[in-house]
Design a protein around this ligand. Structure first.
Ligand code: NDP
Ligand code: 8X3
Length: 255
């Protein structure tokens, strides 16, 4: 049996990548996962070169039950056990009102953010001994709703519910379950949401200091560093410039 590993979904950019960097620097062995293979390979080489920890890149789409299951089987075959699972992979697509929403976008958000998180949890739990820890990346969109947020908000409300439900179901196994629910954060999130329209994506963060990926990585690191008898159930984190999902203070001209 090898050392225990932390598996991070969606480690090819944004929060997942920052979490990987932070945890590797702390000396934790990692399995980094996403769909974009080259990014994962580059990150794995960089982090293991810098820190000496073992970093295994594993490429799969969380929407595919078979791919997730094969990944879990591969790790099992290598004798790997997981002490942490960071369910981070996710996305928003579009901001249309409900009457004009794109059904394919809805499917992809639900398949990734809800079903993907479920598949990963079920498959990777088999590699987690009692006393492990799951961290779910939710969102302020899982606490509130906002215009055009409809299906993305619903998917993150589901994550919020699953976070609470998992904690109950896994109580007997002493598996801690925590959620980090960030507000506006400058990652590739808005570029994905607006399908490559970088100008539109930039406008989301214009005139304010948003959260950065490192802010969320610091929170995950804190959560994992708590002693065994402490579970941080839920951490809502927003930029100082954001008061709620819809209340945002942008700097006035000349400020
Ligand atoms: P990024 O777009 O920068 O990162 C998203 C990550 O998810 C990428 O690594 C991507 O990898 C991965 N991913 C997406 N779809 C799939 C899939 N089907 N299978 C496997 N991996 C997938 O955005 P963030 O870092 O901001 O997003 C991370 C999480 O944080 C998401 O769950 C998001 O909903 C949530 N969040 C984001 C906020 C923000 O404002 N940025 C605020 C609150 C929550 P690849 O494309 O290589 O597969
Ligand atoms: C991402 C934050 O406010 O765009 O989950 O929904 S928000």
């Amino acid at each position: 049996m090898q050392d225990s590993f932390t598996l991070i979904t969606g480690a090819s950019s944004g929060f997942g990548q920052a979490i990987a960097r932070t945890l590797a620097a702390e000396g934790r062995s990692l399995i980094i996962t996403a769909r974009r293979k080259e990014r994962l390979q580059r990150l794995a080489e960089e982090l293991s070169g810098q820190t000496g920890v073992e970093v295994i890149p594993l490429c799969f789409d969380v929407r595919s039950r078979d791919e997730v299951e094969d990944a879990a089987e591969e790790l099992k075959g290598r004798g790997i056990q997981l002490n942490h699972l960071i369910n981070n992979a996710g996305l928003a697509l579009g901001m249309s009102d409900i009457a004009n929403g794109d059904v394919e976008d809805w499917d992809q958000m639900i398949d990734t953010n809800v079903k993907g998180l479920l598949y990963a949890t079920k498959s990777f739990l088999r590699l987690m001994p009692d006393g492990g820890h799951i961290v779910n990346i939710g969102s302020i969109a899982g606490k509130e709703v906002y215009p055009g947020g409809n299906v993305y908000c619903a998917s993150k409300h589901a994550v919020d519910a699953l976070n609470r439900a998992m904690r109950i179901d896994l109580l007997e196994r002493r598996i801690r379950v925590s959620q980090v629910a960030p507000g506006l954060a400058d990652t590739e999130f808005s570029i994905v949401r607006f399908k490559g329209d970088t100008e539109k994506a930039k406008k989301v963060y214009e005139g304010l200091v948003p959260l950065y990926a490192q802010d969320i990585a610091d929170a995950v690191s804190f959560i994992l560093s708590r002693p065994e008898h402490v579970c941080i159930n839920d951490m809502v984190i927003m930029a100082t410039a954001q008061g709620s999902a819809t209340a945002v203070r942008r700097k006035l001209d000349g400020e």
